[in-house]
Ligand binder design. Structure first.
Ligand SMILES: O=C(O)C1=C[C@@H](OP(=O)(O)O)[C@@H](O)[C@H](O)C1
Ligand SMILES: C=C(OP(=O)(O)O)C(=O)O
Length: 427
Protein backbone atom coordinates (compact mmCIF):
# COMPACT_ATOMS: atom_id res chain seq x y z
CA UNK A 1 0.00 0.00 0.00
CA UNK A 2 1.22 3.52 -0.85
CA UNK A 3 1.03 5.61 2.32
CA UNK A 4 -0.20 9.20 2.48
CA UNK A 5 2.85 11.46 2.39
CA UNK A 6 3.81 15.13 2.84
CA UNK A 7 0.67 16.36 4.51
CA UNK A 8 -0.23 18.33 7.60
CA UNK A 9 -3.07 16.87 9.68
CA UNK A 10 -5.85 19.20 10.76
CA UNK A 11 -9.21 18.57 12.39
CA UNK A 12 -11.01 16.76 15.17
CA UNK A 13 -11.19 13.01 15.74
CA UNK A 14 -12.78 10.64 18.21
CA UNK A 15 -10.08 8.03 18.76
CA UNK A 16 -11.33 4.42 18.95
CA UNK A 17 -12.24 2.78 22.22
CA UNK A 18 -9.64 1.50 24.65
CA UNK A 19 -8.49 -2.02 23.75
CA UNK A 20 -7.49 -3.07 27.29
CA UNK A 21 -10.84 -1.96 28.75
CA UNK A 22 -12.87 -3.46 25.88
CA UNK A 23 -11.30 -6.91 26.42
CA UNK A 24 -11.90 -6.73 30.15
CA UNK A 25 -15.53 -5.55 29.75
CA UNK A 26 -16.40 -8.80 27.97
CA UNK A 27 -14.39 -10.89 30.44
CA UNK A 28 -15.86 -9.31 33.58
CA UNK A 29 -19.34 -9.37 32.03
CA UNK A 30 -19.00 -13.11 31.35
CA UNK A 31 -17.80 -14.09 34.83
CA UNK A 32 -20.30 -11.88 36.69
CA UNK A 33 -23.92 -12.50 37.59
CA UNK A 34 -26.54 -10.49 35.69
CA UNK A 35 -26.27 -8.39 32.55
CA UNK A 36 -23.37 -6.18 31.49
CA UNK A 37 -23.90 -3.58 28.78
CA UNK A 38 -20.90 -2.16 26.92
CA UNK A 39 -21.11 1.06 24.93
CA UNK A 40 -18.28 2.22 22.67
CA UNK A 41 -16.77 -1.29 22.54
CA UNK A 42 -13.66 -1.50 20.30
CA UNK A 43 -14.60 -3.60 17.27
CA UNK A 44 -10.95 -4.24 16.40
CA UNK A 45 -9.74 -7.75 15.65
CA UNK A 46 -8.17 -8.34 19.09
CA UNK A 47 -11.31 -7.49 21.05
CA UNK A 48 -13.47 -9.47 18.61
CA UNK A 49 -11.22 -12.47 19.41
CA UNK A 50 -12.18 -12.04 23.08
CA UNK A 51 -15.87 -11.63 22.25
CA UNK A 52 -15.94 -14.74 20.06
CA UNK A 53 -13.98 -16.82 22.58
CA UNK A 54 -16.56 -16.14 25.29
CA UNK A 55 -19.40 -16.94 22.88
CA UNK A 56 -17.64 -20.28 22.27
CA UNK A 57 -17.58 -20.77 26.06
CA UNK A 58 -21.38 -20.55 26.08
CA UNK A 59 -21.77 -16.93 27.19
CA UNK A 60 -24.78 -15.21 25.56
CA UNK A 61 -23.47 -12.02 23.91
CA UNK A 62 -25.49 -9.79 21.55
CA UNK A 63 -24.47 -6.71 19.59
CA UNK A 64 -27.05 -4.32 18.13
CA UNK A 65 -24.32 -2.21 16.55
CA UNK A 66 -24.34 0.27 19.41
CA UNK A 67 -24.47 -1.73 22.64
CA UNK A 68 -22.93 -5.11 23.42
CA UNK A 69 -24.97 -7.06 25.96
CA UNK A 70 -23.26 -9.85 27.91
CA UNK A 71 -25.40 -12.17 30.00
CA UNK A 72 -23.11 -13.15 32.85
CA UNK A 73 -22.83 -16.85 33.66
CA UNK A 74 -20.29 -16.65 36.53
CA UNK A 75 -17.03 -18.65 36.56
CA UNK A 76 -19.16 -21.78 37.14
CA UNK A 77 -21.39 -21.26 34.11
CA UNK A 78 -18.72 -21.39 31.38
CA UNK A 79 -19.21 -24.37 29.03
CA UNK A 80 -16.66 -26.59 27.29
CA UNK A 81 -16.03 -25.09 23.84
CA UNK A 82 -16.57 -27.34 20.82
CA UNK A 83 -13.05 -26.70 19.51
CA UNK A 84 -9.72 -25.14 20.51
CA UNK A 85 -10.09 -21.34 20.86
CA UNK A 86 -8.39 -19.22 18.18
CA UNK A 87 -7.40 -15.91 19.78
CA UNK A 88 -5.84 -14.39 16.67
CA UNK A 89 -3.12 -11.83 17.39
CA UNK A 90 -4.16 -10.97 20.94
CA UNK A 91 -1.70 -11.41 23.79
CA UNK A 92 -4.11 -9.84 26.26
CA UNK A 93 -6.84 -12.34 25.38
CA UNK A 94 -4.75 -15.49 25.67
CA UNK A 95 -2.98 -14.48 28.89
CA UNK A 96 -6.04 -13.21 30.77
CA UNK A 97 -8.09 -16.21 29.66
CA UNK A 98 -5.50 -18.56 31.15
CA UNK A 99 -6.38 -17.10 34.55
CA UNK A 100 -10.12 -17.25 33.90
CA UNK A 101 -10.01 -20.88 32.69
CA UNK A 102 -7.57 -22.16 35.35
CA UNK A 103 -10.38 -23.71 37.41
CA UNK A 104 -12.93 -25.31 35.11
CA UNK A 105 -14.47 -28.78 34.92
CA UNK A 106 -13.24 -29.15 31.31
CA UNK A 107 -9.98 -28.92 29.36
CA UNK A 108 -9.39 -25.98 26.99
CA UNK A 109 -6.82 -25.33 24.28
CA UNK A 110 -5.85 -21.75 23.38
CA UNK A 111 -3.86 -20.70 20.33
CA UNK A 112 -3.39 -17.77 17.97
CA UNK A 113 -1.80 -16.56 14.76
CA UNK A 114 1.86 -16.97 13.73
CA UNK A 115 2.85 -13.97 15.91
CA UNK A 116 0.92 -14.93 19.06
CA UNK A 117 2.16 -18.52 18.85
CA UNK A 118 5.72 -17.20 19.28
CA UNK A 119 5.04 -15.09 22.38
CA UNK A 120 6.23 -16.32 25.81
CA UNK A 121 3.60 -17.78 28.12
CA UNK A 122 5.71 -19.07 31.06
CA UNK A 123 5.29 -15.69 32.71
CA UNK A 124 1.60 -16.61 33.17
CA UNK A 125 1.78 -20.42 33.34
CA UNK A 126 4.35 -20.47 36.17
CA UNK A 127 2.37 -18.45 38.74
CA UNK A 128 -0.92 -20.12 37.75
CA UNK A 129 0.60 -23.58 38.10
CA UNK A 130 1.92 -22.49 41.51
CA UNK A 131 -1.74 -21.83 42.33
CA UNK A 132 -2.49 -25.49 41.48
CA UNK A 133 -3.62 -24.88 37.91
CA UNK A 134 -2.46 -27.26 35.20
CA UNK A 135 -1.29 -25.37 32.12
CA UNK A 136 1.26 -26.47 29.56
CA UNK A 137 2.65 -25.20 26.27
CA UNK A 138 3.04 -26.94 22.95
CA UNK A 139 5.54 -29.86 23.01
CA UNK A 140 6.82 -28.95 26.49
CA UNK A 141 7.63 -25.42 25.32
CA UNK A 142 6.16 -22.19 26.70
CA UNK A 143 4.41 -21.40 23.42
CA UNK A 144 0.81 -21.86 22.26
CA UNK A 145 -1.23 -23.93 21.72
CA UNK A 146 -1.65 -23.79 25.51
CA UNK A 147 -3.43 -26.73 27.10
CA UNK A 148 -5.43 -25.97 30.25
CA UNK A 149 -6.50 -29.13 32.10
CA UNK A 150 -9.67 -29.45 34.14
CA UNK A 151 -9.05 -28.47 37.76
CA UNK A 152 -11.32 -28.03 40.77
CA UNK A 153 -9.17 -26.05 43.17
CA UNK A 154 -6.95 -22.98 43.12
CA UNK A 155 -4.77 -21.97 46.05
CA UNK A 156 -3.70 -18.37 46.72
CA UNK A 157 -0.08 -17.22 46.33
CA UNK A 158 2.24 -14.39 47.23
CA UNK A 159 3.92 -13.51 43.97
CA UNK A 160 6.83 -11.16 43.29
CA UNK A 161 6.42 -10.24 39.63
CA UNK A 162 9.62 -10.90 37.65
CA UNK A 163 8.42 -8.65 34.80
CA UNK A 164 6.34 -5.48 34.72
CA UNK A 165 3.26 -6.85 32.99
CA UNK A 166 -0.41 -5.99 33.42
CA UNK A 167 -1.29 -9.18 31.54
CA UNK A 168 0.53 -11.39 34.07
CA UNK A 169 -0.93 -9.45 36.99
CA UNK A 170 -4.43 -9.70 35.51
CA UNK A 171 -4.21 -13.44 34.84
CA UNK A 172 -3.21 -14.01 38.49
CA UNK A 173 -6.06 -11.77 39.67
CA UNK A 174 -8.63 -13.70 37.61
CA UNK A 175 -7.34 -16.92 39.17
CA UNK A 176 -7.26 -15.31 42.64
CA UNK A 177 -10.95 -14.41 42.29
CA UNK A 178 -11.55 -18.18 42.23
CA UNK A 179 -8.98 -19.22 44.88
CA UNK A 180 -9.72 -19.83 48.56
CA UNK A 181 -7.80 -17.22 50.59
CA UNK A 182 -5.65 -14.12 50.15
CA UNK A 183 -3.42 -13.63 47.10
CA UNK A 184 -0.70 -10.95 47.21
CA UNK A 185 1.01 -9.62 44.10
CA UNK A 186 4.06 -7.40 44.40
CA UNK A 187 4.64 -5.58 41.11
CA UNK A 188 8.11 -4.91 39.75
CA UNK A 189 6.84 -1.54 38.60
CA UNK A 190 3.24 -0.30 38.57
CA UNK A 191 1.44 -1.32 35.35
CA UNK A 192 -1.99 -0.45 33.93
CA UNK A 193 -4.60 -1.00 36.62
CA UNK A 194 -7.76 -1.63 34.59
CA UNK A 195 -8.29 -5.10 36.08
CA UNK A 196 -8.09 -3.81 39.66
CA UNK A 197 -10.43 -0.93 38.82
CA UNK A 198 -12.95 -3.23 37.16
CA UNK A 199 -12.91 -5.72 40.05
CA UNK A 200 -14.11 -2.81 42.20
CA UNK A 201 -16.54 -1.56 39.56
CA UNK A 202 -18.13 -5.03 39.36
CA UNK A 203 -18.64 -5.07 43.15
CA UNK A 204 -15.48 -6.94 44.23
CA UNK A 205 -12.95 -6.02 46.91
CA UNK A 206 -9.23 -5.52 46.26
CA UNK A 207 -6.59 -3.53 48.12
CA UNK A 208 -3.82 -1.71 46.30
CA UNK A 209 -0.95 0.10 47.96
CA UNK A 210 1.74 1.22 45.54
CA UNK A 211 3.19 -1.98 44.10
CA UNK A 212 1.34 -4.29 46.55
CA UNK A 213 -1.99 -5.77 45.54
CA UNK A 214 -4.07 -8.00 47.85
CA UNK A 215 -7.27 -9.79 47.17
CA UNK A 216 -9.19 -12.54 48.95
CA UNK A 217 -11.16 -15.11 47.00
CA UNK A 218 -13.56 -16.47 46.14
CA UNK A 219 -15.58 -13.45 45.07
CA UNK A 220 -18.81 -13.09 43.13
CA UNK A 221 -19.12 -10.11 40.82
CA UNK A 222 -22.22 -8.35 39.49
CA UNK A 223 -22.81 -7.11 35.90
CA UNK A 224 -22.43 -3.38 35.17
CA UNK A 225 -23.10 -0.74 32.50
CA UNK A 226 -19.77 0.24 30.92
CA UNK A 227 -18.90 3.06 28.53
CA UNK A 228 -15.39 2.51 27.21
CA UNK A 229 -13.23 5.67 26.89
CA UNK A 230 -10.96 6.28 23.88
CA UNK A 231 -7.56 4.57 23.78
CA UNK A 232 -4.57 6.79 24.55
CA UNK A 233 -2.40 4.19 22.77
CA UNK A 234 -4.36 4.87 19.55
CA UNK A 235 -4.44 8.64 20.23
CA UNK A 236 -0.63 8.51 20.51
CA UNK A 237 -0.21 8.30 16.71
CA UNK A 238 -2.10 11.57 16.25
CA UNK A 239 -0.51 13.24 19.27
CA UNK A 240 2.88 12.62 17.68
CA UNK A 241 1.66 13.51 14.16
CA UNK A 242 0.30 16.81 15.48
CA UNK A 243 3.60 17.54 17.23
CA UNK A 244 5.95 16.75 14.31
CA UNK A 245 4.16 17.22 10.97
CA UNK A 246 4.56 20.92 10.08
CA UNK A 247 1.39 23.06 10.22
CA UNK A 248 -0.75 20.48 12.00
CA UNK A 249 -3.36 21.01 14.69
CA UNK A 250 -5.44 18.07 15.90
CA UNK A 251 -8.18 17.90 18.52
CA UNK A 252 -8.59 14.42 20.02
CA UNK A 253 -11.89 13.86 21.83
CA UNK A 254 -12.66 11.41 24.65
CA UNK A 255 -9.10 10.14 25.21
CA UNK A 256 -8.62 7.87 28.24
CA UNK A 257 -6.26 9.45 30.78
CA UNK A 258 -5.94 6.78 33.45
CA UNK A 259 -2.60 7.79 35.05
CA UNK A 260 -1.14 4.30 34.58
CA UNK A 261 -1.37 4.93 30.81
CA UNK A 262 -0.31 8.57 30.37
CA UNK A 263 3.47 8.26 30.17
CA UNK A 264 3.34 9.61 26.62
CA UNK A 265 1.84 12.89 27.85
CA UNK A 266 4.73 13.27 30.30
CA UNK A 267 7.23 12.61 27.49
CA UNK A 268 5.53 15.07 25.10
CA UNK A 269 5.64 17.75 27.80
CA UNK A 270 9.27 16.99 28.60
CA UNK A 271 10.12 17.31 24.89
CA UNK A 272 8.41 20.69 24.68
CA UNK A 273 5.40 19.59 22.60
CA UNK A 274 2.35 21.84 22.54
CA UNK A 275 -0.39 19.63 24.03
CA UNK A 276 -3.36 21.11 25.90
CA UNK A 277 -5.65 18.97 28.07
CA UNK A 278 -9.25 20.18 28.44
CA UNK A 279 -12.80 18.92 29.11
CA UNK A 280 -11.64 16.43 31.76
CA UNK A 281 -14.35 13.90 32.62
CA UNK A 282 -13.27 12.51 35.98
CA UNK A 283 -15.92 9.79 36.15
CA UNK A 284 -14.87 8.29 32.81
CA UNK A 285 -11.14 9.17 33.18
CA UNK A 286 -11.14 10.91 29.79
CA UNK A 287 -10.31 14.32 28.31
CA UNK A 288 -9.90 16.31 25.12
CA UNK A 289 -6.29 16.70 23.96
CA UNK A 290 -5.26 19.42 21.49
CA UNK A 291 -1.84 19.22 19.85
CA UNK A 292 -0.04 21.70 17.58
CA UNK A 293 3.31 21.49 15.82
CA UNK A 294 6.22 22.86 17.84
CA UNK A 295 10.00 22.74 18.12
CA UNK A 296 11.03 19.68 20.16
CA UNK A 297 13.97 18.77 22.38
CA UNK A 298 15.42 15.31 23.09
CA UNK A 299 14.98 13.41 26.34
CA UNK A 300 15.83 10.21 28.22
CA UNK A 301 13.04 7.70 28.88
CA UNK A 302 13.74 4.92 31.40
CA UNK A 303 12.69 3.30 34.67
CA UNK A 304 9.16 3.18 35.96
CA UNK A 305 7.68 5.37 33.22
CA UNK A 306 8.27 2.51 30.74
CA UNK A 307 5.16 0.45 31.65
CA UNK A 308 3.10 3.68 31.43
CA UNK A 309 4.02 4.07 27.74
CA UNK A 310 5.11 0.58 26.68
CA UNK A 311 2.90 0.38 23.57
CA UNK A 312 3.76 3.95 22.56
CA UNK A 313 7.53 3.45 22.22
CA UNK A 314 7.55 2.91 18.42
CA UNK A 315 5.71 6.20 17.85
CA UNK A 316 7.79 7.97 20.54
CA UNK A 317 10.89 6.85 18.61
CA UNK A 318 9.51 8.60 15.52
CA UNK A 319 8.83 11.69 17.65
CA UNK A 320 12.48 11.64 18.74
CA UNK A 321 13.71 11.64 15.12
CA UNK A 322 12.28 15.18 14.86
CA UNK A 323 13.64 16.49 18.20
CA UNK A 324 16.86 18.43 18.69
CA UNK A 325 19.55 16.21 20.23
CA UNK A 326 19.90 12.60 21.32
CA UNK A 327 16.96 10.72 22.82
CA UNK A 328 17.76 7.55 24.77
CA UNK A 329 15.11 4.92 25.60
CA UNK A 330 16.23 2.34 28.20
CA UNK A 331 14.73 -0.51 30.28
CA UNK A 332 12.27 -1.37 27.50
CA UNK A 333 13.33 -5.01 26.89
CA UNK A 334 9.67 -6.07 27.10
CA UNK A 335 9.34 -4.65 23.59
CA UNK A 336 11.17 -7.72 22.31
CA UNK A 337 8.21 -9.99 23.14
CA UNK A 338 5.35 -8.02 21.63
CA UNK A 339 3.71 -8.80 18.26
CA UNK A 340 7.21 -8.35 16.79
CA UNK A 341 10.52 -7.48 18.39
CA UNK A 342 9.56 -3.80 18.48
CA UNK A 343 13.10 -2.60 19.24
CA UNK A 344 14.43 -4.12 16.04
CA UNK A 345 11.30 -3.45 13.96
CA UNK A 346 11.21 0.25 14.92
CA UNK A 347 14.93 0.80 14.30
CA UNK A 348 15.18 -1.20 11.06
CA UNK A 349 12.03 0.17 9.43
CA UNK A 350 12.76 3.81 10.38
CA UNK A 351 16.34 3.47 9.10
CA UNK A 352 14.89 2.58 5.70
CA UNK A 353 13.36 6.09 5.71
CA UNK A 354 16.65 7.73 6.70
CA UNK A 355 16.27 7.99 10.50
CA UNK A 356 19.37 8.03 12.71
CA UNK A 357 18.26 5.33 15.15
CA UNK A 358 20.22 2.52 16.81
CA UNK A 359 18.77 -0.45 18.67
CA UNK A 360 20.31 -1.40 22.03
CA UNK A 361 19.79 -4.41 24.33
CA UNK A 362 16.91 -2.70 26.11
CA UNK A 363 15.86 0.24 23.99
CA UNK A 364 16.80 2.75 21.30
CA UNK A 365 19.12 5.70 20.72
CA UNK A 366 17.80 8.34 18.32
CA UNK A 367 19.55 11.43 16.99
CA UNK A 368 17.48 14.31 15.64
CA UNK A 369 16.26 16.28 13.94
CA UNK A 370 16.42 14.23 10.76
CA UNK A 371 14.79 14.73 7.33
CA UNK A 372 13.10 11.44 6.42
CA UNK A 373 12.87 10.23 2.82
CA UNK A 374 10.77 7.72 0.87
CA UNK A 375 11.28 3.96 0.80
CA UNK A 376 9.75 0.49 0.98
CA UNK A 377 8.83 -0.56 4.50
CA UNK A 378 6.78 -3.24 6.25
CA UNK A 379 4.57 -3.29 9.31
CA UNK A 380 5.97 -6.83 9.78
CA UNK A 381 2.40 -7.78 10.77
CA UNK A 382 2.50 -5.48 13.82
CA UNK A 383 -0.30 -2.89 14.04
CA UNK A 384 1.70 -0.36 16.04
CA UNK A 385 4.69 -0.51 13.65
CA UNK A 386 2.30 -0.04 10.70
CA UNK A 387 0.63 3.04 12.18
CA UNK A 388 3.98 4.55 13.19
CA UNK A 389 5.27 4.17 9.62
CA UNK A 390 2.19 5.92 8.18
CA UNK A 391 2.83 8.91 10.46
CA UNK A 392 6.51 8.84 9.38
CA UNK A 393 5.40 9.00 5.72
CA UNK A 394 3.70 12.34 6.40
CA UNK A 395 7.19 13.84 6.90
CA UNK A 396 8.43 13.24 3.35
CA UNK A 397 7.18 14.20 -0.10
CA UNK A 398 8.67 11.01 -1.57
CA UNK A 399 6.71 7.75 -1.89
CA UNK A 400 6.54 5.40 1.09
CA UNK A 401 5.16 1.96 0.25
CA UNK A 402 4.27 -0.39 3.10
CA UNK A 403 3.68 -4.13 3.13
CA UNK A 404 1.21 -5.78 5.52
CA UNK A 405 -0.75 -2.58 6.14
CA UNK A 406 -3.86 -4.62 7.09
CA UNK A 407 -2.29 -5.28 10.51
CA UNK A 408 -3.65 -1.94 11.80
CA UNK A 409 -7.13 -3.54 12.13
CA UNK A 410 -5.95 -5.31 15.28
CA UNK A 411 -6.44 -2.14 17.35
CA UNK A 412 -7.55 0.66 14.99
CA UNK A 413 -9.61 -0.53 11.99
CA UNK A 414 -10.39 3.04 10.76
CA UNK A 415 -6.83 4.35 11.12
CA UNK A 416 -6.13 5.04 7.42
CA UNK A 417 -9.57 6.67 7.00
CA UNK A 418 -8.81 8.98 9.93
CA UNK A 419 -5.40 9.90 8.47
CA UNK A 420 -7.04 10.62 5.10
CA UNK A 421 -9.75 12.78 6.66
CA UNK A 422 -7.29 14.79 8.76
CA UNK A 423 -4.94 15.21 5.78
CA UNK A 424 -7.84 16.86 3.92
CA UNK A 425 -8.39 19.12 6.93
CA UNK A 426 -11.95 17.81 7.47
CA UNK A 427 -13.49 18.88 10.76
O1 LIG B 1 -3.10 -5.72 30.03
C1 LIG B 1 -3.22 -5.19 28.91
O2 LIG B 1 -4.33 -4.86 28.44
C2 LIG B 1 -1.98 -4.92 28.14
C3 LIG B 1 -0.78 -4.97 28.76
C4 LIG B 1 0.52 -4.72 28.08
O3 LIG B 1 1.17 -5.96 27.89
P1 LIG B 1 2.15 -6.62 29.00
O4 LIG B 1 1.34 -7.00 30.17
O5 LIG B 1 2.75 -7.83 28.31
O6 LIG B 1 3.17 -5.56 29.30
C5 LIG B 1 0.33 -4.04 26.74
O7 LIG B 1 1.52 -4.09 26.00
C6 LIG B 1 -0.79 -4.64 25.96
O8 LIG B 1 -0.99 -3.93 24.75
C7 LIG B 1 -2.10 -4.57 26.71
C1 LIG C 1 1.18 -5.64 22.73
C2 LIG C 1 -0.08 -5.36 22.37
O1 LIG C 1 -1.18 -6.14 22.59
P1 LIG C 1 -1.30 -7.66 23.03
O2 LIG C 1 -0.19 -7.98 23.98
O3 LIG C 1 -2.68 -7.77 23.64
O4 LIG C 1 -1.21 -8.49 21.76
C3 LIG C 1 -0.39 -4.06 21.73
O5 LIG C 1 -1.58 -3.78 21.52
O6 LIG C 1 0.52 -3.27 21.40
Amino acid sequence: MKLISANPLNGTIHVPADKSISHRSIMFGAISEGTTTIKNFLRGEDCLSTLNAFKSLGVPITDDGETIRVTGVGFDGLKKPATALDLGNSGTTIRLMMGILAKQSFDTVLFGDEYLNKRPMNRVMLPLNQMNANLSGHDNSEYPPIHISANNQLTPITYYMPVASAQVKSAILFAALQADGETTIIEKEPTRNHTEEMIRQFGGTITTDGKDIRMTGPQRLVGQNITVPGDISSAAFFLVAGAIVPNSEIVLKNVGINPTRTGILDVLKEMNADVVISEKDHANQSATLTVKTSSLTSTTISGDIIPRLIDEIPIIALLATQANGQTVIKNAEELKVKETNRIDATAEELRKLGADITPTEDGLIINGPCQLHGGNVSSRGDHRIGMMLQIAALLTDEDVVMEKSEAVSVSYPTFFEDVTRLSRGDY
